[in-house]
Design a protein around this ligand. Structure first.
Ligand code: XUL
Length: 554
């Protein structure tokens, strides 16, 4: 009998990727289309059109990329080539799911659903759907042009805390509700009124595969500022926010209800059967956002599990049993478990501050940086540093940058610490303490943390990972994986199929066991250090709040 296969796609900012797995969750094939290089006619840079604070992407490019990627997949099938060396048959793909860059929105024109349900396999998608959109230019997550709309929505909801309590986040410029609000205000007749349905990038790509409008899933829906996070499994819209951003007609444009991400939505559109050889029975599982899919792809499986990406900016996400959203950070619904949550923290200041420190004090040598880290004890003898070399968003510094140090007595120190080793430890501890602090504030229970998966450029620095392990009091692992979002989507296709077969929710861990991930254990916590950091936390939090406040009011 032929091996059942599961396909995960990732419609990301810069390209469209694919991971094909078998039913043991082993990768069979992976492929990618890069927008700038392979579709240069759209003139994107990094997949985007940037005009000051306004950042959009061409929706037809995403469609053309899908045909290009599937043509390549079909070609590889015919030539019996794959990254694993195992030949595969597209007809054996049992289910497809996907990942979309979060927050981006697509505006379907009135009557587009008719075109969507009768796709012609003899015409490329971007040609037959080129008149199906109220605008061909989709605002995406990198857009920061909606500050006014943010302030207005928070006011309409009562406060930023009230908006966060309802939707999981205070107003963020990139969140979809604010982008819709701007279009509603500035392009009402030309775009908003012409539009019958608004999709996220995830539900847009899913709609194409399904041949009809796909619902938004609860995890990606939590990135809109329009959802109700805590009620009915996060499947409903927050009426006040929705009406404020787009009037009473917005609910029907968004689709009445959201669905949990494991939901099977139906089978693949005949277009893909006729053109690429998918089985007519191939199931389409709801798509979700890239960060939720990465949570699945990196193997966060139990409340308390964390993933930390150390890159140009730093990101942390965690599975949580409870949600206490507030001014800093985001709480989303969990894409692999409809009863729990995903906490997400994004820090603008990542590698830049660490690199500056390494350059100034260690001649740019990371080995020296690691050795210096070991010269000071956890807690840094009471030395604390906040290094916002560019404006920070967690906590928000109101567009200001700045550096502030505090000595063991809690007083401000206006010059670098005398001992360079205190400087090095301060830049590392400051970030992990901030992650723990903000994580705890939005519902993370640090006592349940069992594993941290570290990714990103700086995750190969073992001394830095030791500090991470000590601050959270749990093991740190790394993972060899190039694309956690498309892989997570493939895992979710498998999971969605199993839930559909059983007609009840099946725990994700039963479908994708932890040995599918190939972790490398990097560090175990040094006994007693998590308590040292626990004791330091109130003082650290106070310094952080004071400094951010002073920058904001500068
Ligand atoms: C998350 C965010 C980005 C996008 C694009 O809130 O804006 O991570 O999802 O990757």
């Amino acid at each position: 009998m032929s091996t059942p296969l599961y396909l995960g796609l990732d419609s990301s900012t810069q390209g469209l990727k694919l991971s094909l797995i078998d039913d043991n969750a082993t990768i069979v094939h992976s492929l990618a289309v890069n927008y700038d290089q392979q579709l240069p006619q759209y003139n994107t840079v990094g997949g985007m059109h940037t005009n000051g604070a306004e950042v959009h992407s061409p929706v037809l490019m995403w469609l053309e990329a899908l045909d290009l990627l599937f043509a390549q997949l079909h070609h590889d099938q015919e030539h019996a080539t794959s990254t694993s060396g195992t030949p595969f048959e597209i007809a054996n793909i049992v289910a497809v799911s996907g990942s979309g860059q979060q927050h981006g929105s697509v505006y379907w024109k009135r009557n587009a659903s008719a075109q969507l349900s009768t796709l012609d396999p003899n015409t490329p998608l971007h040609q037959q759907l080129n008149a199906s959109f109220a605008t061909l230019s989709s605002p995406i997550w990198a857009d920061s042009s909606t500050s006014q709309q943010c302030a207005d929505l928070e006011q309409a909801m009562g406060s930023s805390e009230a908006l966060a309590a309802a939707t999981g986040s205070r107003a963020y410029e990139r969140f979809t509700g604010l982008q819709i609000s701007k279009i509603h205000q500035h392009h009402k007749e030309a775009v908003y009124d012409q539009c019958e349905r608004i999709s996220l990038v995830s539900s847009f790509m899913c709609s194409i595969l399904l041949g009809q409008y796909a619902p938004i899933d609860t995890a990606d829906g939590s990135g809109t500022n329009l959802n109700r996070l805590l009620e009915q499994g996060g499947t409903t819209w927050c009426q006040r926010a929705v009406e404020h951003c787009g009037g009473s007609e917005l609910v029907s444009k968004l689709g009445r209800a959201m669905v949990p991400a494991h939901t099977c939505l139906g089978s693949i559109a005949p277009y893909f059967v006729a053109k690429y050889g998918f089985a007519p029975s191939c199931k389409i599982i709801a798509w979700s956002g890239d960060n939720p899919n990465s949570l699945a792809g990196l193997g966060l499986q139990e409340p308390g599990d964390l993933a930390v990406s150390l890159g140009t900016s730093d990101t942390m996400f965690t599975m949580m049993n409870s949600a206490t959203p507030g001014k800093d950070g985001h709480v989303l619904r969990n894409p692999i478990d409809p009863t729990s949550f995903m906490g997400m923290l994004c820090f603008k200041n990542g590698s830049l501050a660490r690199e500056e420190m390494a350059k100034n004090l260690c001649q740019g040598d990371w080995k020296t940086f690691g050795e210096m880290l070991k010269q000071t004890p956890p807690g840094n003898d009471g030395h604390v540093g906040l290094f916002y070399v560019s404006p920070e968003i967690t906590p928000t510094t109101g567009g200001q940058s700045g550096v502030q140090r505090y000595g063991p007595d809690g007083g401000r120190v206006e010059v670098p610490f005398n001992n360079p080793a205190h400087e090095v430890r301060a830049v590392v501890e400051g970030k992990f303490l901030a992650m723990r602090h903000y994580g705890e504030r939005i519902g993370m229970d640090v006592s349940t943390c069992k594993k941290i998966i570290a990714t990103g450029g700086a995750s190969n620095n073992a001394a830095m990972l030791q500090v991470m392990s000590d601050v959270f009091g749990c093991n740190v692992y790394t993972i060899e994986q190039s694309d956690s979002a498309s892989l997570g989507a493939a895992f979710r296709a498998l999971h969605g199929d199993r839930c559909d077969q059983a007609q009840v929710f099946v725990p994700f861990t039963e479908v994708v066991p932890s040995d599918a991930f190939g972790y490398t254990l990097m560090c175990t916590p040094t006994e007693g250090t998590s308590e040292v950091y626990g004791a330091l936390m109130p003082r650290f939090a106070q310094h952080q709040a004071d400094f951010a406040q002073s920058l904001r009011t500068n």
